[in-house]
Design a protein around this ligand. Structure first.
Ligand code: HDD
Length: 680
């Protein structure tokens, strides 16, 4: 916060923030409380009296502290930030917040897991939500995105079926927050339009390393509309500045040891002042180009390859503030893909159309009719209309008139003509028979799934095969496994065969897709690789070479890395030359899973415990392909482990070591190492 002027939303929220520190204790009805530990009783040991309004108020309120969790995306985490435009987008849209490059728009983001309930583990294989509420001067604009550019289904009427299949099975109520079970894969195999999305969720994108390196996609086709009334089709993208980086499956599984892994990362990075940055971009298609592609641009199971429709970066999103209260802000935040502003409009994407109903409906069911008046949801522009009453209304409307049209209030609040900012729906032509049917142009379910497969590097393919083998291998019903492999055979025989051999089924003789195109932009091997914000565990024992280590740590901090001192126990560790560090984590409190690299220093005080812990820790990091740096003196340990000289194992043999290690950290994973994580 320091050095930054408060934005409109922060100023608006100030009036709602209550700080109880240093205050007297006063009940909700304003009574000063003399004793908050003892209920009112008759006599020392006597019964509690019902007239004790203080105990009644406290207990009754506690009984109502929970609201229904979201039916999907129940587990979520929020943060505030701002959007700053790079250049005016006025040529294609009249959206107020996209006109003037000097403009900053406050926003709130909520990241989420789809499947699990509010307390589920955050590192499971799942789609992640990436919802953004822009508090524009023209009202709220929400992008209710996920970390994939496509979705499972094409028509919203199938959404309840999809979710019923993926939630814990209704009889035994497991598994929690995961896709690896029969009902989910039964749905996927039985509904061929999901084939493409299945490929994406079996890729490493479904196990993001953190929210800071997770990509967001608006999925649907929207419209931009400019002042002249000309519309373009657009898709929204949110690109993390640090690149897109996943966990690997073995890490994700083991991170079950920290159910809060992602929220802890976001919170601590924002608190450390590591502003979390993304670029908001759009793909734009002219209306007259609508039918020029070999996929239907309204079909939400298809992406627009960046190579065919390039991304245009509009501006930067920076997350810079954590919430004060997770319930009031994050839990009560209410997003809606229908929240658009002048200059943005919908397309006929049938999934989007269904979502337009569902989100207001769910917010009203979950938080009540007046949810838009809650501080987190309230626009920063004024709100005047004739809607009244309902549960928990905050606004006090003065006057007799709550209807339109009227004489008594001189026909106000008055309607606003378009040239004064009134929202006008884009007048697209609609025609056709009323019918229930899937458009023929929506029926190709395998071409883009094959393009996805073609775009993957060998390592990514290995992970996808491993993921299918695990997920389908956890299905108890062989027919469910077989049905999915039948589907995969239509995408790629190579993929189907690799999976089939691991899960005891066969590959049918069906025609596989002949698509030869690929989209290199979707491979995670082509993302940004930087050392900035990466955490390196520095293993120090008493008597370490102080000045040498100090110089390296300074160099690494300058490169934006976060060295974390790890030793036998918390407290201080002192070098041979008297340099002292506070130990940040002991071997007991810090897990190898939470570091991106390790530097093994040691010292004269290395004992058996240090030796054993360092060995286990380093082996774990080695198996996860992470960079390992070590002093020459520690070479024997690496030799003992059989990993010296392996890719990404850097010895501090010369004065270039500091930079070589930064380069190794930036590379992040050394896939050249042998891998035994999957049976290939
Ligand atoms: Fe949804 C929540 C994203 C299809 C119905 N959805 C929700 C959230 C995200 C998405 C990010 C969490 C919002 C938050 O943080 O509070 N949903 C998507 C995307 C979809 C999609 C990208 C397809 C492209 N959703 C979808 C369909 C329906 C819903 C087809 C129903 C017709 N989604 C909901 C919901 C939720 C929701 C039940 C639960 C909580 C909420 O809305 O606020 O209404």
């Amino acid at each position: 916060m320091s050095g930054r002027e408060k934005n409109k939303k922060e100023k608006q929220l100030e009036s709602c923030i209550r700080n109880t520190y240093n205050q007297e204790m006063i009940s909700n009805e304003g009574k000063k409380i003399v004793d908050d530990e003892n209920s009112l009783t008759a006599g020392d040991r006597g019964p509690t009296l019902i007239e004790d309004f203080l105990a009644r108020e406290k207990l009754a309120h506690f009984d109502r502290e929970r609201i229904p969790e979201r039916v999907v995306h129940a587990r979520g985490y929020g943060a505030y930030g701002e959007f700053e435009l790079y250049q005016s987008m006025s040529e294609v849209t009249m959206a107020d917040f996209l006109q003037n490059p000097s403009k900053k728009t406050p926003l709130f983001v909520r990241f989420s897991q789809v499947i699990g309930s509010r307390g589920c583990n955050e590192t499971v294989r799942d789609v992640r939500g990436f919802s953004i509420k822009f508090y524009t001067d023209d009202g709220n604009f929400d992008i209710v995105a996920i970390n994939f550019p496509i979705f499972f289904i094409q028509d919203a009427i199938k959404f309840p079926d999809l979710i019923h299949s993926v939630k814990p099975e209704p009889d035994n109520e497991y598994p929690q927050g995961q896709t690896a079970h029969d009902t989910f894969w039964d749905f996927m195999g039985s509904n061929p339009e999901t084939t493409h999305m299945a490929m994406w969720i079996m890729s490493d994108r479904a196990i993001p390393k953190n929210y800071r390196t997770m990509e967001g996609f608006g999925v649907h086709t929207y419209r931009f509309v400019n002042k002249e009334g000309i519309a373009h089709f657009v898709k929204f993208h949110i690109k993390p500045v640090l690149g897109v980086h996943p966990l690997i499956w073995d890490e994700a599984q083991k991170l079950g040891e920290d159910a809060d892994f992602h929220r802890r990362d976001l919170w601590t990075n924002i608190k450390m002042g590591n502003h979390v940055e993304y670029e908001l971009a759009v793909q734009i298609i002219r209306e007259d180009q609508e039918f020029m592609f070999d996929f239907d641009i309204l079909d939400p199971t298809k992406f627009w390859p960046e190579e065919e429709v390039p991304l245009q970066k509009m501006g930067k999103i920076t997350l810079n503030k954590t919430v004060d209260n997770a319930f009031s802000e994050t839990e009560q935040s209410a997003f809606h893909p229908g929240n658009i502003v002048r200059g943005i409009d919908y397309s006929n994407d049938p999934l989007l159309q269904g979502r337009l109903f569902s989100y207001t409906d769910t917010q009203q069911a979950r938080i009540g009719a007046n949810y838009q008046q809650l501080p987190i949801n309230k626009p920063v522009c004024p709100v005047f209309n004739n809607q009244r009453d309902g549960n928990s209304r905050h606004v006090i409307d003065r006057g007799k008139v709550s209807y339109h049209k009227n004489l008594l209030a001189e026909n106000t609040p008055s309607e606003v003509p378009p040239d004064k900012g009134g929202f006008v729906t884009y007048p697209s032509t609609v025609e056709g028979l009323k019918q229930r049917k899937t458009a023929d142009s929506f029926k190709d379910h395998y071409t883009q799934a094959r393009i996805f497969w073609n775009s993957m590097t060998p390592v990514e393919r290995e992970h996808i095969i491993g993921a299918y083998s695990f997920e389908l291998g956890r299905c108890l019903v062989v027919a469910v496994r077989q049905q999915m492999v039948d589907r995969l055979a239509r995408v790629s025989k190579e993929l189907a065969e690799a999976v089939a051999k691991n899960i005891g089924v066969t590959v049918p003789d069906v025609e596989e897709s002949t698509a030869t195109k690929s989209s290199p932009a979707i491979s995670l091997m082509n993302t940004n690789f930087v050392a900035n914000t990466l955490k390196v565990a520095v293993f120090l024992a008493e008597g370490f070479p102080g000045e040498e280590v100090d110089a390296l740590l300074q160099q690494w901090k300058k490169a934006g890395m976060h060295p974390v001192i790890v030793s036998n126990k918390l407290g201080e560790v002192t070098g041979s030359d008297g340099i002292t560090y506070q130990v940040d984590q002991s071997f007991l409190t810090g897990s190898p899973l939470s570091y991106e690299g390790v530097y093994l220093v040691g010292g004269t005080g290395v004992d058996d415990y240090f030796h054993h812990q360092a060995r286990t820790f380093i082996m774990n990091m080695y198996n996860h392909f992470k960079p390992i740096g070590a002093r020459e003196e520690s070479a024997h340990l690496l030799q003992e482990m059989g990993i010296d000289g392996q890719p990404g194992v850097v010895m501090d043999a010369d004065s270039q070591f500091g930079q070589k290690f930064i380069d190794a950290m930036a590379k992040q994973r050394f896939w050249e190492r042998p891998s035994y994580l999957y049976n290939m």
